[in-house]
Design a protein around this ligand. Structure first.
Ligand code: UDX
Length: 436
């Protein structure tokens, strides 16, 4: 087999699946991306990205033009015709924090039904430790000959908004693989990438993913914990994070205090890891604390308002930025959502402005008022809470705020405006680790 003549199927056209499929297609593999969601597949075939992601529209166009990618709902044909089968379906959290493996299980059933030649099954979804073994066992029990497949764990570390870049230039590629035959095919796929490759056991690979996310989440919660101490001691959290970060063993990256982490990974994966450990009667106390700090961090702006105002009823609060971070339309587990819900529960009138996240937020917080225009959302408000550091918020017109807000008050949940010293302009200004 030549380097680029692999036939690859990616099952699941979500964030991870779609990016995997497109980057591999862009490397001249023949890729079919499969999803049961007809609407999504239709959109993709019409060159419409189902999510907002930097560079996605262009890459989709390019791969459709070069015909290296096709989108389909036909999983049976994909399984029957491909050398490599990626599983990239969602593994959301159940109510109790455990991982919901139902989508992955459905795919394994299809594999058992349709696999009729040797293929490498690569699991990209974030899954409990032992899943590679479990899938192997299930396929064998369902009568698939062991000659017909190998299952590999290959977790994904991409950040939303930078997903294509992170796939192409990953800090590392982790491959949990126990078979030489599968390893030869993995090398065909991954040798062209410059990233360091780590070949290891499937269990190690599966745990690396959870441990990586838990560590990063803990790093954020750690600095938020210190920020809380700063607010009582007049120490400067930005200087502290910078000074700590200059120790190369710590690094200044990913060390910004704020109203906490959100998104589809950190909240879900930290909770899942705690549950997984409980199963083995291990208490992950540090990760548990990171989760608790994050939960209370999200509501800091509301607590501040409760200290300031006797009555929340009738107050107009504008949320600036609803997505869990800039450059994405994703609002899953965003701190803003917890803030909006709490404020509404307390009787405030909540307005929301986000450059691209309004539509997604509206689905889960229908009681807030959504604005297309930033300054309309500010006009007449009693307070602004900056939840996402969208670039356009950095240029906020302070004169407008002073003239048109009922109280010129900004709670900066991302310490994003500190360099503009809003207080000097007469604005009541609160930061995380400062007065929050
Ligand atoms: C994360 C991981 O970075 C990625 O490697 C993993 O595979 C999936 O989860 P993502 O969820 O896209 O990626 O977001 P990320 O950019 O990591 O930010 C997560 C959250 O942490 C955001 O809400 C962000 O605002 C917050 N954050 C980040 C901070 O509060 N402080 C920081 O210093 C950095």
């Amino acid at each position: 087999m030549e380097v680029n003549d692999l036939k690859i199927s990616v099952i699941g056209a979500g964030y991870v699946g779609l990016i995997t499929a497109l980057v591999l297609a862009d490397m001249d593999h023949t890729v079919v991306c499969v999803d049961k969601d007809e609407l999504k597949i239709n959109k993709l075939n019409h060159r419409i990205p189902p999510i907002y992601e930097e560079g996605l529209e262009e890459l989709l166009d390019k791969c459709l033009n070069s015909k290296t990618i096709t989108f389909s709902t036909d999983i049976a044909t994909a399984i029957k015709t491909c050398d490599v089968l990626y599983i990239a379906v969602g593994t959301p959290a159940l109510e109790d924090g455990h991982v919901d493996m139902s989508q992955s299980n459905v795919i394994v059933d299809s594999l058992a039904k349709h696999l009729d030649h040797y293929a490498v099954i690569i699991n990209k979804s974030t899954v409990p430790i032992g899943t590679q073994k479990h899938i192997t066992q299930t396929l064998l029990e369902k009568g698939v000959s062991k000659e017909l497949f190998d299952v590999v764990s290959n977790p994904e570390f991409l950040r939303e908004g930078k997903a294509i870049h992170d796939f192409k230039y990953a800090d590392r590629i982790v491959l949990g693989c126990e078979s030489d035959k599968a390893k030869a095919i993995l090398k065909q796929i991954y040798d062209p990438f410059v990233s360091p490759k780590i070949y290891t056991t499937p269990e190690t690979s599966e745990l690396i993913k959870y441990a990586a996310n838990a560590f990063l989440a803990t790093k954020i919660s750690f600095i938020n914990d210190i920020a809380n101490l700063c607010s009582k001691t007049h120490a400067d959290i930005a200087v502290i994070a910078y000074a700590l970060g200059l120790d190369h063993r710590i690094s200044p990256e990913f060390f910004k205090a704020g109203i906490g982490y959100g998104g589809s990974c950190f909240p879900k994966d930290t909770r899942a890891l705690v549950k997984i450990a409980e199963h083995y009667e291990i208490q992950l106390k540090i990760v548990q604390s990171a989760i608790e700090i994050n939960e209370s961090q999200k509501l800091k702006p509301v607590k501040l308002l409760l200290n300031h105002w006797e009555e929340m009823e009738g107050k107009i609060v504008t949320i600036l930025g609803v997505t869990f971070k800039p450059e994405t339309d994703d609002v899953r587990d965003a701190p803003s959502i917890a803030i909006i819900n709490k404020l509404i529960e307390l009787g405030a009138q909540v307005r929301v402005y986000d450059p691209i996240g309004n539509k997604n937020a509206q689905k889960i917080c229908p009681k807030a008022q959504y604005f297309e225009e930033l300054y309309h959302s500010i006009d007449g408000a009693h307070c602004l809470i900056l939840c996402t550091e969208w670039e356009e918020f950095h240029d906020l017109d302070f004169r407008f705020i002073l003239k048109h807000m009922r109280i010129p008050m900004i709670i900066d949940g991302r310490n994003f405006l500190t360099d503009r010293d809003p207080e000097d302009d007469g604005i009541l200004y609160f930061t995380v680790g400062g007065s929050i």
